[in-house]
Design a protein around this ligand. Structure first.
Ligand SMILES: O=C(CO)[C@@H](O)[C@H](O)COP(=O)(O)O
Length: 274
């Protein structure tokens, strides 16, 4: 039986990955809260760095990311740099570099905003600097920024981040009109990671998946729901179904928090999945 994605014209082979944004978790317990999401099935962590300048709020910085690395040496960190001068933070964030011991994959991505570099003529410079420092590169664009602003650089970056809210805080509403940008990038880049961030929850993820996003950031949709494992597995299945075109019988299983309890037991016994 054929998959469904053909009818959405966004079919791709990019892996479905769910990355909880830790912004709205109990950040005083960051390592534990991260572990909770990973045990519930999260594929990576989306770490929101806010400088009180590019966005009004201040969250945490490179120092905390480095400390978090010690707790989660095998986890992919997508560092979303909502900072006015990303070039000033590249070296510090790179301190959290890691390579997965089995897959040999790079576990650190530096995702910066085109709005912070384009007007200063520094986009190319920052891309080069991030690569020189051994990290993967993500390029983000705000809702008000036309997709054409990032297109000249997408060949060189590992991921495009289409913001689906105005960056600055969690818990805002998903801007479905941003899906046009996702569709545009997916049509040009069938093999590139495309991430969406802002207002993505179990009831909005299908729009993003149908448009072609494969990396799904969700903050309150993961940390402020009753069953974190169910939310994560539901979002993952959406990308597998609408993006990868898998049939129902091939989708990842739905998971529930009760299962998380048993997985955490295994974790305590030494099978650390994080
Ligand atoms: O970057 C941001 C906000 O600026 C996001 O990562 C949010 O933290 C996501 O939270 P939800 O919108 O999913 O609640």
């Amino acid at each position: 039986m054929a998959g469904l994605c053909g009818s959405f014209k966004a079919c791709h082979c990019c892996t479905a990955r769910i990355g909880p944004s830790v912004l709205d978790c109990d950040t005083a317990m960051l390592a534990t809260e991260a572990a909770r999401a990973l045990r519930a099935g999260a594929d990576y962590l989306h770490l929101d760095v806010m400088d009180g300048n590019f966005v009004p709020a201040i969250s945490f910085g490179a120092n905390v990311i480095g400390k978090l690395r010690a707790h989660h040496p095998k986890v992919f960190f997508d560092c979303h740099m909502m900072v006015a001068k990303p070039e000033e933070q590249v070296e510090q964030v790179a301190q959290a570099k890691a390579i997965h011991p089995d897959t040999k994959k790079n576990l650190l991505q530096f995702t910066f905003h085109i709005e912070t570099t384009k007007s200063r003529g520094k986009t190319q410079e920052v891309i080069d600097l991030v690569k020189q420092n051994g990290m993967l590169v993500g390029l983000a664009l705000n809702p008000a920024t036309p997709v054409e602003h990032v297109l000249p650089y997408l060949d060189q970056v590992d991921m495009a981040l289409v913001m689906t809210v105005v960056p600055g805080k969690g818990g805002q509403s998903f801007m479905v009109d941003m899906m046009e940008k996702v569709r545009h990038v997916r049509a040009k880049y069938p093999e590139k990671d495309i991430e969406v961030d802002g207002g993505v929850k179990v009831h909005t993820v299908d729009e993003a998946a149908k448009a072609g996003a494969n990396m799904i950031v969700s903050g309150t949709g993961v940390y402020k729901v009753e069953d974190m494992a169910l939310a994560i597995s539901t979002m993952k299945r959406s990308v597998e179904l609408y993006g990868n075109g898998l049939t129902e019988d091939k989708l990842s299983p739905l998971r529930y928090d009760k299962e998380t309890f048993w997985i955490s037991k295994a974790w305590d016994l030494g099978n650390d999945p994080t």
